[in-house]
Design a protein around this ligand. Structure first.
Ligand code: ADP
Ligand code: ZN
Length: 372
């Protein structure tokens, strides 16, 4: 299979996302043009155990001797001031300089944390992303959002900091637990629901091949997702307008995750899948969408194995009042009114600002008492 390349057009900060098999093994030629000094590869211990040797081998004789690995424990807790301090300390102690390159080699946690540290240490080193989860490949590694969490909420401290390159190696997904893979698929299907009804149709026909990790299906779904995200980010890097569409399903998802706690009981992608279902149900309830797209979306999510019934969603029990409370405190909420992403149909999402929370509250009450 030939690599697929998606440009992210951001003037002098433009970069490309390369999608393909065995990119780790070709890292030397892909990374060399950006490696002016040393390389600091930030990764977690799970990924290190599974894929460190492939990357080392791939860095080849020119880059191997210049690479230092910094391994941190896996888990969302690393996205904290303590985790950031520890990583910055490791980079400084290892002698990182402005001309060096940080390589974020891992899932969303590593990408968010290493991308932020790269932007802060010595006022900013260049960094590249080598995302190893499906979620990170189709979403978090592209677009330059980096952050750590606060006790008050996720991703509250961060920078817009674009990477210089993203290498999405489909081969590393072979070791990703099935549950994590499926969770990443929720973000893929989201792109179809936002503005690409043909792609949603492709998803309906091919989801099982994506989940079975067939390379051509993975490649196509990652490519279409990244292309979609790149276009939206290029049009609205700092989320003044269109980028908000990427939050389809996410206002609900963030509330479900906050209620579940961040202990792994409910994965982000599982919350997003439930949130997509709720966004469509709310769209029908508030008028803009008829019932048949709602049924179609819910049927697809269920066919892939997602739980769309809030009463059975992992991480529960959930409570409508508590969820609405969390939603109105979301950092994207303005003055207690909600900003929601709704849809007129599959592939026709739009942003509704200052939405009344009473509709959301009624929907959640219904969703927690009746079957979806
Ligand atoms: P994301 O935010 O992208 O969903 P995380 O960074 O939270 O992902 O990673 C989820 C879990 O999967 C972590 O325990 C991580 O160590 C592990 N992981 C990441 N990539 C792989 C992979 N390719 N194979 C196996 N496990 C992986
Ligand atoms: Zn998401």
């Amino acid at each position: 299979m030939n690599d697929l390349v998606v440009p992210v057009a951001l003037a002098d900060r433009s970069y490309e996302v390369r999608i393909g098999a065995d990119l780790l093994r070709r890292a030397e030629s892909l990374v060399a043009p950006l490696a002016h000094g040393r390389l600091f590869v930030v990764t977690d211990s799970n990924i290190a155990q599974l894929h460190r040797s492939a990357l080392i081998e791939g860095l080849g004789p020119t880059l191997q001797p210049r690479a230092t690995f910094i391994e941190i424990p896996p888990g969302e807790e690393q996205k904290s001031f303590a985790g950031l301090e520890a990583l910055c300390t490791s980079l400084i102690q290892a002698g990182a300089e402005r001309r060096d390159l940080v390589v974020a080699f891992g899932g969303g946690v590593i990408g968010d944390l290493a991308g932020l540290a790269a932007g802060l240490v010595k006022r900013g080193l260049d960094f590249i992303q080598i995302p190893t989860t499906l979620l990170a490949q189709v979403d978090s590694s592209v677009g330059g959002k980096t952050a750590i969490d606060m006790p008050h909420g996720k991703n509250l401290i961060g920078l817009f900091n674009q990477p210089r390159l993203v290498l999405a190696d489909l081969s590393v997904l072979g070791t990703l637990p099935k549950r994590e893979l499926r969770a990443g698929y929720a973000e893929i299907v989201k792109y179809g629901l936002i503005d690409d009804p043909d792609f949603f149709g492709w998803c309906e026909a091919n989801a099982d091949r994506v989940i079975a990790r067939e390379t051509d299906a993975l490649a196509h779904s990652v490519y279409v997702s990244v292309r979609s995200k790149a276009r939206i980010v290029a049009a609205d890097e700092r989320e003044g307008g269109e980028r908000a569409l990427l939050n389809l399903g996410h206002t609900f998802a963030h509330a479900l995750e906050a209620s579940a706690g961040y202990d792994g009981a409910l994965l982000h992608g599982e919350a997003v899948a439930a949130g997509l279902g709720l966004a469509f149900r709310l769209s029908a309830r508030m008028g803009p969408c008829s019932q048949s797209p709602v049924d179609r979306v819910l049927a697809h999510l269920r066919a892939v194995g997602f739980e769309t019934d809030l009463r059975r969603l992992p991480g529960g029990p959930y409570e409508a009042g508590r969820l609405v409370d969390i939603m109105t405190r979301d950092k994207k909420a303005e003055g207690g009114r909600l900003t929601l992403v709704l849809a007129r149909d599959v592939g026709r999402a739009f942003v509704l600002r200052a939405a009344p929370s009473s509709e959301v509250s009624a929907l959640l009450n219904e969703a927690l008492t009746l079957a979806a």
